[in-house]
Design a protein around this ligand. Structure first.
Ligand code: F6R
Length: 606
């Protein structure tokens, strides 16, 4: 993960670097640092923990200069510490890095042999030392950086800054994204265009294997074969304003509350006035498709699991769903007429991107469902479907999940319509259910207090189980993931019917069991499983609608009443109590809700 920036500016660069790093802090917050060149002198400042610690340090120990690089870290090699924090310096060079140098052990051995000393436990230090070694041998800065890049294996986005060079950054991309921003007599480098948004909207995206020599007035790019490359400058539209919490205590609370609005936006972008699904050009013809492969990670994977039920039940298309990290190395056969679909909020998840690349040239079409339209996954797909969730800052995904679900359901409806598996009447029924979602979500959010009260009790648990059947099963998985990632309470989810095949042994009077069960055709079956839990003194939290609660509320530990909803869209609505229970439990426990420990928003390492 990690976020990197570089600025060749006309003003003092330290505050600009810090501001850009703020916009990249979603990539990691184990440490942060900047380096500048001031009248030819290279120097740096680094601090452990969140960016605010670096800002504090810079108040006491300012760093002058109009050229600089910066880094926010998600630790891979070496614990979070000042020593391991980037930029890494060796003699005349400073380096910031996102990714993993896979052959760093061999390189370290070679450097040790040549008499170089290591002060950090990181893989990145080898990059700085190699560059120093080549410069010691007489190479100029660009040549030394390029020679170093030739030696590196793994995935990286790198920026190099040099002693004595007030107007030079060397940047390189292999496996991790990197954008170059064009200003007026200024140039910028960033892990993404969002970091650069307040500085410029004119962006050149480096492609795989690209290396760039950046000065204030020029950009020279070489491709993976060393040939000069002509990469386009795109004008991008990103809201440059700093996203704020709009009066909420946390970004996560704000993003949960935004869901009626963003779901409305997603619907408006795909539904025509006469209730049909319109995809961006060139669209998809589902009669030319025999099967679907859905691939993603984490929450986006659970969105795919939910979509499997929709595509199979509504459009009668066989669906395979995989976590990207397994898919990419399993080398699965991809039969002709397979549509491969990748779901990712960030559009930069390394495993999902690698899985997409595996499908290139094998699948009939490559589609993606993304929140960041300029992301690598979007750019490398035949067709990218944006989810219109807006920037998601909270590390735990909330509104992106429900927008992913909404777009996936619309896609399943489009497939059903193309393949004639749904009557016009049934299609209209589903579309009207989708259109009812923003209002139903607003009603569901009014249950906030009930969820807060239940969460207070949940916060005392050591383990929590989630149960669901059918479309509620992937949601149970998502509920468990949300709870564990932000409250650090151990949580597991099971398909209700699986409980008695082993996990029921976990149940005793200390274990809350959250049961997601709208009053649908599977309700009675889920309630039977719930009774089995209560018979063993498990504490049931029943999330259902008025009809469901009237039938099955007796003896439960707590209940939450959802509005009555069409079966097909229920997982989108029931995501709200799953998110709010996790949120309030984390608040009750006093954890860092928006930036939970050990996590990062964009997972650009495998
Ligand atoms: C959990 C969460 C993660 C992401 C996963 C994939 O709340 O946010 O599990 O869903 O890391 O990220 P994207 O969607 O950016 O590919």
């Amino acid at each position: 993960m990690c976020g990197i920036v570089g600025v060749l500016g006309n003003h003092e660069v330290a505050p600009i670097l810090v501001e850009a790093l703020k916009r990249l802090e979603y990539r990691g917050y184990d440490s942060a640092g900047i380096a500048t060149v001031n009248n030819g002198t290279l120097d740096r400042r680094r601090a452990v923990g969140k960016l605010v610690n670096l800002s504090d340090l810079l108040v006491h120990e300012p760093l002058a200069g109009k050229s600089g690089i910066g880094h926010t870290r998600w630790a891979t090699h070496g614990a979070p510490s000042v020593t391991n924090a980037h930029p890494h310096m060796a003699g005349p060079v400073a380096v910031v890095h996102n990714g993993i140098i896979e052959n760093f052990r061999e390189l370290r051995a070679e450097l040790a042999e040549a008499g170089f000393q290591f002060v950090t436990e990181t893989d990145t230090e080898t990059v700085a030392l190699l560059t120093q070694m080549y410069m010691n041998a007489g190479a100029g800065p660009v040549e030394a950086a390029y020679q170093t890049l030739d030696r590196l294996q793994g995935a990286f986005a790198l920026a190099f800054l040099f002693q004595g060079e007030n107007d030079l950054i060397v940047a390189a991309r292999k496996g991790s994204p990197l954008a170059i921003g064009h200003g007026h007599g200024e140039m910028f480098v960033g892990s993404d265009a969002i970091a650069l948004a307040p500085l410029t909207d004119r962006i050149t995206y480096l492609e795989e294997g690209d290396r760039a020599v950046v000065t204030r007035n020029s950009l020279e790019i070489h491709d993976a074969n060393g040939a000069l490359a002509n990469r386009a400058i795109k004008t991008i539209q990103i809201d440059a304003a700093r996203v704020d919490k709009a009066g909420h205590k946390h970004f996560m609370a704000k993003e949960i509350a935004e869901q009626p609005t963003v779901i409305g936006n997603a619907l408006a972008n795909y539904l025509t006035a006469d209730g049909h699904i319109a995809l961006p050009d060139p669209g998809v013809d589902f009669t030319a498709i025999d099967r679907l492969t859905l691939v993603a990670c984490g929450t986006a994977y659970y969105a795919c699991l939910t979509a499997k039920y929709w595509f199979e039940q509504i459009a009668r298309i066989p669906v395979e769903v995989d976590v990207a990290s397994e898919f990419r190395y399993r080398e699965p056969p991809i039969p002709d007429r397979t549509l491969a679909l990748f779901v990712s909020q960030s559009g930069e998840t390394a495993d999902t991107l690698a899985a997409l690349r595996y499908c290139e040239g094998k699948a009939a079409r490559i589609l993606s469902v993304v929140n960041v339209p300029e992301s690598s996954i979007a750019r490398e797909s035949d067709l990218a479907l944006p989810i219109h969730a807006g920037i998601e800052v909270g590390v735990a995904s909330t509104k992106a999940f429900t927008c992913q679900l909404t777009v996936l359901l619309m896609l399943a409806l489009k497939a059903a319509s193309d393949r004639g598996t749904l009557s016009e009447e049934a299609l209209a029924d589903h579309v009207s259910a989708l259109r009812s979602l923003p209002a139903l979500m607003t009603t569901a959010l009014e249950q906030n207090k009930a969820m807060q009260n239940t969460a207070r009790r949940l916060s005392e648990a050591r383990d929590v189980l989630f149960l669901g059947r059918g479309l509620m099963y992937p949601l149970a998985l998502e509920g468990a993931l949300k709870l564990k990632e932000i409250s650090y309470i151990h949580a597991e989810a099971y398909a209700s019917g699986e409980l008695k095949h082993g996990p029921i042994a976990l149940i005793d009077k200390h274990v809350p069991v959250v049961v997601m069960a709208p009053r649908d055709t599977l309700f009675d079956k889920t309630v039977s499983n719930m009774q089995e839990v209560m018979a063993r003194k498990g504490k049931v939290v029943l999330i259902s609608d008025a009809a469901g609660l009237e039938e099955a509320n007796e003896g439960v530990w707590a209940s939450i009443c959802m509005p009555t909803v069409h079966n097909a869209v229920a997982p989108i609505l029931y995501a709200l109590p799953a998110q709010l229970l996790a949120y309030h439990t984390a608040v009750a426990k006093g954890t860092d809700v928006d930036q939970p420990r050990n996590l990062a928003k964009s997972v650009t390492v495998e």
